[in-house]
Design a binder for this molecule. Structure first.
Ligand code: ADP
Length: 707
């Protein structure tokens, strides 16, 4: 069965789950961006600091050269000593300086004089790197002074003899600015260490001439610095934090590929830098060359400076989504199940209600339900037929309306009595139809729990006809009995007289026969008396003469009359004193008690005791008990023994005598008082007969209330 809500049920899981999933992803994205920005900011701060430190480091080296240049510009001749002193300080303070030198221009005409003065020939390197006397040229730029002292062997070298240096020299001379060479490897340095040479032009007039021609003419020489790039850069950034970043210095040679001047140990390749990582480039001009500091973040940088909270958010979001999904799934499937169950139950309930209605409609017995206030709530068609009212005429009205014996004024007490009599058993009552006709009915009352509270149902049938037949039968029996009683009495009398030998002596055999006949006549008379008694009681022809009676007196009277028989059977009769009073027909109650106690004696072995007592049940009723320790009654007989002529089948089949009407008469007496009778018994242990009678106190209380 596909029920539409199933789809909604699924949607009610999917939608919130999708919403939280999307929210978590969005939140993740947002947090990620924030983190990216934070990482970028940290990187940029660090990179900017490093890059400018590199720049400043480079510039500060330029300044050394500038100040040396200023010295030459202001002093016409600088001696070797003066030179050494001047540069010595700078050398010790700047580890990046490989060496500083003074290289004057020497024209071809001055070569011999210069060589004599300097004490060293002007040399150049041959293709094998060997120093050889410089080839004749128009002019030379010769190393005259050089520091540190270890570089003295460079003295006399014509710097302009090498193309790289010559290019920088020309540029310095023509621009009047400091010019750097391309990176070169100096003879004394290792393979990794690149250096540059910076040439600062010194002109004859001390200042930089205005035109290129004048500059070319007036050029006097060059102060020169050799700088180791690695030492230079590393000194500059030595004290700065560098974890997670790598630094390199490039020379831009567009359109050719930039040349790497320096890189730290973490620098792997330019490809890494380009591959989406964080990077920073700071171009600057150094000695007329375009340099660029590159700072790149290594993977460690991100690990170190990313908070990763975005991933936590995503993880948390996914977890939450999962849990939410599971929770909603469980809840909706439970709800779905509950709803499904409810639908099924409702359907079931409808089916069973329809079935119940069907049964009620078609049953032959009448069925009336009413509430605790005896207000009628439903009436089935059979009941409508029996009482002659339609259901709608009865709903909301009191059940008393249908009971012939209900007193018009205050039917409550009466209803309570009827209720007590009929609940859980079949009982006979007088009913009244709509047209006022009284009918005899057999009714059973039962209680049930309706959703709206305690309810009662009365199942009844009209047994007027059956009762009429019964009445005719009983009448016939009582007529016959009555007719039999008089002749039987005279027969019994005659037999007694005969057996007594009043009419002459008899042989013992004849006498025995006569005695037997007399005993049977006595039993027959008793039976006939019982039958007549029962008929009169049962048909209600004997009116109960109810007065206030003292129960204790009734106990005493009853026990007194059976005591001889009890003594004969060696049975003790005990009664608990009672102060209770009854509203009852005293003579009938004595008859009832004698019947029960006689039975108890009859079915108890000698030496046992019989106990009689009473208890107040509630303010209206008294329950009286007769308890023996005799043979007991099997459970299957507990109801039936109150019917006429029922005897318990015993194993020994011993006839205890008795008409089988005693308990039926007892029941009729109790019911005539509106009460109930019953027995609790266990085989071999004993029986306790009990019956309820209205108490005098209850009646007083009722009438007091009525007043
Ligand atoms: P009867 O007049 O023959 O005793 P009752 O109607 O008084 O008839 O009793 C019916 C039957 O109930 C008895 O025959 C007996 O089997 C059983 N009975 C009655 N009272 C007792 C009792 N106190 N203990 C055991 N059985 C009993």
């Amino acid at each position: 069965m596909t029920i539409p809500w199933r789809r909604y049920g699924r949607l009610s899981v999917i939608l919130p789950v999708a919403a939280t999933l999307v929210s978590s992803v969005l939140l993740f994205g947002y947090a990620m961006r924030q983190e990216d920005e934070a990482v970028l900011r940290t990187f940029q701060d660090r990179a900017r600091t490093l890059a400018s430190a590199v720049r400043v480091g480079c510039d500060s080296h330029l300044e050394i050269l500038i100040s040396l240049n200023a010295l030459y510009a202001s002093v016409p001749t600088v001696s070797r000593e003066e030179f050494s002193r001047f540069v010595g300080r700078s050398l010790s303070r700047h580890p990046g300086i490989r060496g500083l030198s003074w290289n004057p221009r020497v024209e071809a005409a001055d070569r011999a004089r210069f060589e004599a003065e300097a004490g060293t020939p002007i040399t150049q390197r041959d293709p094998h790197g060997q120093r050889v006397p410089a080839a004749p040229r128009a002019e030379y730029v010769v190393v005259r002074y050089v520091e540190p002292a270890t570089d003295q062997k460079a003295l006399g070298l014509d710097v302009a003899s090498e193309p790289v240096r010559r290019e920088a020299l020309s540029s310095a001379r023509d621009t009047g600015l400091i010019a750097a060479t391309r990176p070169i490897r100096l003879v004394n340095d290792g393979a990794d260490q690149l250096s540059i040479l910076l040439f600062a032009p010194v002109y004859g007039g001390g200042t930089v001439p205005a035109t290129v021609e004048e500059r070319r003419r007036q050029i006097r020489g060059y102060t020169t610095g050799a700088f180791r790039l690695q030492d230079l850069v590393e000194t500059a950034i030595r004290d700065l934090p560098r974890d997670g970043v790598t630094v390199a210095l490039f020379e831009d040679r567009a359109p050719a590929v930039p040349e790497r001047l320096y890189s730290d140990a973490r620098w792997t390749s330019r490809k890494d830098e380009a591959a989406g990582g964080l990077g920073w480039r700071e171009p600057f001009v150094f000695g007329g060359r375009s340099w660029e500091v590159h700072v790149a973040a290594t993977p460690a940088f991100e690990q170190r400076y990313r908070s990763w909270s975005s991933w936590l958010i995503l993880l948390g979001g996914l977890l939450f989504t999962g849990l939410l999904g599971a929770f909603l799934y469980v809840v909706t499937s439970r709800t779905a199940k509950a709803e499904e169950l409810m639908v099924l139950r409702t359907a079931d309930a409808q089916v069973s209600e329809a079935r119940t209605r069907d049964i009620l409609e078609h049953m032959l017995g009448g069925m009336i339900t009413f509430n605790e206030q005896s207000r009628i709530e439903s009436v089935n068609p059979a009941a409508e037929r029996i009482v002659g009212y339609r259901e709608e005429e009865l709903i909301g009205r009191s059940v008393a309306l249908l009971l012939a014996d209900a007193p018009a004024g205050d039917p409550e007490r009466f209803l309570r009595q009827v209720h007590r009599k009929a609940i859980g058993r079949v009982t006979e009552l007088w009913g009244r139809r709509k047209d006022g006709e009284v009918f005899y009915t057999e009714a059973a009352l039962f209680e049930f729990a309706a959703p709206e509270g305690r309810r009662f149902a009365c199942n009844f049938q009209d047994i007027s006809e059956r009762r009429e037949v019964d009445r005719l039968k009983s009448e016939f029996v009582s007529t016959v009995s009555h007719e039999l009683r008089t002749p039987l009495t005279s027969i019994r009398g005659s037999l007694g007289l005969l057996a007594g030998g009043v009419l002459g002596d008899l042989s013992p055999q004849v006498r025995d026969f006569l005695l037997l006949a007399e005993r049977n006549a006595v039993r027959l008379t008793a039976l006939i008396n019982d039958i007549l008694d029962f008929e009169r009681l049962d048909s209600g022809r004997i009116e109960m003469q109810c007065t206030d009676v003292d129960l204790q007196a009734l106990f005493e009277q009853s026990l007194e009359s059976v005591r001889p028989v009890a003594d004969e059977h060696q049975i003790a009769l005990l009664s608990s004193p009672t102060g209770l009073r009854l509203r009852a027909d005293g003579a009938r109650i004595v008859q009832l008690l004698i019947n029960l106690v006689s039975n108890a004696i009859k079915f108890s072995p000698p030496g046992r005791e019989i106990r009689v007592w009473a208890e107040e049940k509630d303010d209206d009723w008294v329950r009286i008990f007769v308890k023996d320790r005799g043979q007991g009654i099997p459970a299957s007989y507990h109801q039936r023994i109150f019917e006429r002529f029922v005897h318990v089948e015993t194993a020994d089949k011993r006839d205890k005598g008795g008409t089988g009407l005693g308990l039926a008469i007892c029941k009729a007496i109790v019911e005539q008082h509106g009460g109930r009778i019953g027995v609790d018994s266990e085989l071999g242990v004993g029986s306790t007969f009990w019956f309820d009678l209205p108490s005098a106190a209850g009646r007083e209380a009722m009438s007091e209330r009525a007043n």
